[in-house]
Design a protein around this ligand. Sequence first.
Ligand code: SF4
Length: 151
Amino acid sequence: MRGHHLLCALGFRGHGYSPAFSANMAGVLARLDANPDAVVAVTDSPDLICAAFPPEQPAHCREAQVVLRDRRVLAGIGLRPGDALPWGELRRRLGAAFAPDDLDTLCATCPWLPFGYCREGLGRLRAHASSDRSDALAADGPGSSVISRPC
Ligand code: SF4
């Protein structure tokens, strides 16, 4: 999956460039969300989501600014094109690396940005990660979390 699509996935609400595009993206994301251990290779070029872009519309998949967005997202989560990680780990890294306000710069030219879906999705991901950490600390008991986890 290309780097910036990792972020797009957080804001996806079934909308897209055509019904077939949206159906393909929904199917890809449903399979991954059902299997967070699935290993996903990342790229800075057209991927399985771009494959369903409607051919009659002007394609932007190879535009320099889009490729640059891929590379910025991947660099932010410590990856390069060709690397691969489980889907769940990719999500964890995204939530740790980016805040909703970062999208204003990263995605400045994207027509979907003004809808706010992606900001909300990223905010939700970060909120869940934060509550998961709180739950883990509460379960471990005071102080125990500092013992055995070199970061
Ligand atoms: S604003 Fe556009 S490029 Fe950025 S995450 Fe959303 S859909 Fe993807």
